[in-house]
Design a protein around this ligand. Structure first.
Ligand code: FES
Ligand SMILES: [Fe+2]
Length: 430
């Protein structure tokens, strides 16, 4: 349970809010690279941390992210013409470069152009392609942190795949689903048996057999390692370890030789978030059938309303709930697909869940510690300007793991280096 003011503190991320200031300390995923597929392509609207922005790629291939609205009289630059190294407003032709600098006001006399333009600059942020993602940093440019080093974005392109989807609730309740792995044995039980990107792993057997997991949470430099233990063979436990790196990166423990997946939960505004979902293999290219399964919405990906990043199953169609399938036990909740099973329930809590009313139990240990760590970091930043965990790139070099260990061994010792990125070494997985 949280006090109302703490719930507000952690869920509000607009400009000037303490949590918004925290998010603005990090490089965060802004768009998929596929949204700006070529030079001079159509610009893309993007709302992040309650700011309405426009992203574009100019004639030279430079990326820009800036205020969506023209400095002249506030027209959306989404209608603009992306041409000759800048984005030109469709109303009176004012033109901006990728830094938001006004470079042309065609209606004004030539001799006034440069002095007038110089004074006009839209708010803008850097936009950098790493892997399949365009990343931005929306904080104070001095100092700008080092570029992100997440392994999924840094492995060769054929080893990684990223999608995104719009989720219609606050970022924190979506994140909390990512660090609460006790629900897997229930909500996702069908996926463990049938999903092409999950099935066949030895670990699934333990997952399904022991539905009373024990949580053990250990602090890491950037966040937490959330260990969840289930019974395995005589004298052994099956451990699944989920890293969470502040503020909103999670990595699901792997299954067999399947690629590893996870999420970034990025606030659009206080009642919506982007879920960026990656899948990668540290040492081999993804197989064509794996990539096809991801594109078809299997694993932790989903299908879309055509032409959008809104899931095809959404709250307007009750997520295509199938009561008969629920009754037969084909799926636990009647909803198909792991990501939509999560999204449907998390959105059902309302746009911002009232955490003053919840009743937490032992399997909520990861959530409790993550909130506490966020809260502490928000206060330390606000009150003393302390740089939060997860900004340093070393904090980003983590991996999830799924291992069987002797009962007497602590997971943090049993896993050792397996919880860190080891280039060229396969992830620890059963
Ligand atoms: S509103 Fe953009 S040029 Fe006038
Ligand atoms: Fe889930």
């Amino acid at each position: 349970m949280l006090k109302q003011e703490i719930n507000e503190l952690l869920t509000q991320t607009g400009p000037g809010t303490p949590m918004g200031d925290l998010f603005r300390q990090y490089w965060i995923p802004a768009l998929l690279a596929e949204e700006l597929p070529e030079n001079d392509c159509a610009p893309a609207r993007v709302k992040l941390l309650s700011e309405r922005l426009i992203a574009f790629r100019d004639t030279e291939g430079r990326y820009g992210l800036m205020d969506e609205f023209c400095a002249h009289r506030g027209v959306s630059l989404w209608f603009g013409r992306n041409e000759e190294s800048g984005l030109r407003c469709a109303y009176h032709g004012w033109k901006y470069d990728v830094n938001g600098q006004c470079v042309e006001i065609p209606s004004e006399p030539d001799e006034r152009q440069s002095s007038l333009c110089r004074k006009i600059k839209l708010k803008s942020y850097p936009l950098v392609k790493i892997g399949d993602v365009l990343w931005t940093y929306m904080g104070d440019p001095d100092p700008t942190p080092d570029l992100p080093q997440w392994e999924f974005a840094r492995v060769p392109a054929d080893q990684s795949y990223t999608s995104k989807r719009w989720q219609e609730c606050n970022w924190l309740q979506a994140l909390e689903g990512g660090i609460d792995s006790s629900h897997v044995s229930w909500l996702h039980s069908d996926g463990l048996m049938n999903d092409p990107l999950f099935k066949g792993a030895q670990g699934n057997k333990y997952n399904l057999a022991d539905r009373k997991p024990f949580f053990e949470v250990v602090e890491s430099d950037g966040g937490l390692f959330i260990g969840v233990r289930r019974n395995a063979e005589e004298g052994h436990y099956y451990w699944r370890i989920t890293p969470w790196v502040m503020p909103s990166f999670t990595m699901i423990p792997p299954r067999g030789d399947h690629p590893i997946h996870g999420h970034f939960w990025i606030p659009i505004d206080d009642e919506n978030c982007w879920v960026f979902t990656y899948d990668y293999h540290p040492v081999r290219p993804l197989r064509p059938e794996e990539v096809q399964a991801m594109k078809d919405g299997h694993g932790v990906h989903n299908r879309y309303v055509p032409g959008t990043y809104r899931p095809l199953q959404n709250k307007d169609n009750d997520y295509l709930m199938d009561r008969e399938a629920q009754k037969r036990g084909d799926t636990f909740s009647g909803i198909k697909g792991i990501s939509m099973q999560d999204a449907s329930l998390q959105e059902s809590m309302g746009p911002i869940v009232d955490r003053t009313k919840e009743k937490l139990v032992s399997t909520d240990g990861g959530i409790i510690m993550a909130r506490r760590k966020l809260w502490r970091a928000v206060e330390a930043l606000r009150d003393e300007g302390v740089r939060p965990p997860g900004v340093d790139v070393e904090h980003q070099m983590v991996r999830s793991a799924a291992v069987v260990l002797p009962k007497e061994q602590a997971f943090i010792e049993g896993c050792g280096d397996a919880l860190m990125v080891r280039p060229g070494v396969k992830h620890a997985s059963v």
